[in-house]
Structures are given as structure tokens and as C-alpha cells.
Design a protein around this ligand. Structure first.
Ligand SMILES: Nc1ncnc2c1ncn2[C@@H]1O[C@H](COP(=O)(O)OP(=O)(O)O)[C@@H](O)[C@H]1O
Ligand SMILES: [Mg+2]
Length: 124
């Protein structure tokens, strides 16, 4: 499953990923992948990959990371700044974050059947 995280710097994208990992039971450190492009998490049968393309330079650099192999039916890919990396696999879910007075507002859009099933669970 592929999730695109949208929103300005400071909108809360990394914090949301941290919350998702905590919610899934991951207790280790969750760092921002701003400088590494990717932080991988493999725990309890889950392959979760956290990308951040903010500092991303060109599409050859992207291909050189071999990132495509991370997108497979067994993995969950959460991507900050997807708009900076053209050619990414399309999103099952788009999550857009905005700063509001008391915290953050989030708009979630499902683009595929997998995305719709996930969104249905969230809104149950
Ligand atoms: N839901 C939230 N409520 C309050 N503060 C938040 C929330 N999400 C993030 N923050 C704060 O906003 C700052 C930026 O968050 P971060 O997740 O790094 O943003 P981004 O990854 O979008 O640049 C951090 O100090 C973080 O603690
Ligand atoms: Mg971030």
C-alpha cells in the first residue's frame, strides 16, 4: 500500500508516521528520513518504508536508490513530499495535513480499492 503525505514543512507528516508506527506497536526510535531519503521498519511481519523526498534532486538519483523494489504487495510505503519525485507509484491514499489552532487538520482521499477499505476502517 502506498500513502502520499502532503503538507508544508512543519505540517506534521513525520509526526503522523511516528504515530502510525507507535499505533502498530513499534517502540524504537522514529527518525525523519530527510537526509537519508528512506527509513525502513521491519517488525511483526510488517515491511513499512518511510520516505522523504524533500531534498530529492533528480530522477536518476531516485532510480539509483533502487526505490522501486520497496513498492511491492507486502509493503506499506509512507511518502513525504511525493510531489518532488515524479514517477512514484500512484497513491492508494493521499493524506493532506494543515496546521490549525489546536493541532492539525487532515484530509484523507482514497484512490484505489485498498485505499477505500483502509479509509472505511478509519471512519467506522
Ligand atoms: N498533530 C499535531 N499537534 C501538535 N503539534 C504537532 C502535530 N503534528 C506535528 N506537530 C509538531 O509540528 C512540528 C513539525 O512536525 P513534523 O512532523 O516534523 O512536520 P513535517 O514532517 O510535516 O515537516 C513538530 O514540532 C511537531 O511536534
Ligand atoms: Mg517531515
Amino acid at each position: 500500500m502506498t500513502v502520499h503525505l502532503r503538507g508544508d514543512l512543519g505540517a506534521g507528516k513525520t509526526t503522523l508516521v511516528r504515530g502510525i508506527l507507535r499505533g502498530l506497536g513499534y517502540e524504537g526510535r522514529v527518525k525523519s528520513p530527510t537526509f537519508t531519503l528512506l527509513e525502513p521498519y521491519n517488525f511483526s511481519r510488517l515491511y513499512l518504508y518511510h520516505f522523504d523526498f524533500y531534498r530529492f534532486l533528480d530522477s536518476q538519483e531516485l532510480e539509483d536508490t533502487g526505490f522501486r523494489e520497496y513498492f511491492n504487495p507486502q509493503s506499506v510505503c509512507l511518502i513525504e513530499w511525493p510531489e518532488k519525485a515524479p514517477g512514484l507509484p500512484p497513491a492508494d491514499l493521499d493524506i493532506e495535513l494543515h496546521v490549525i489552532a489546536e493541532g492539525r487538520a487532515m484530509a484523507i482521499t482514497a484512490h484505489t480499492e485498498v485505499g477505500r477499505r483502509c479509509l472505511d476502517k478509519l471512519t467506522d
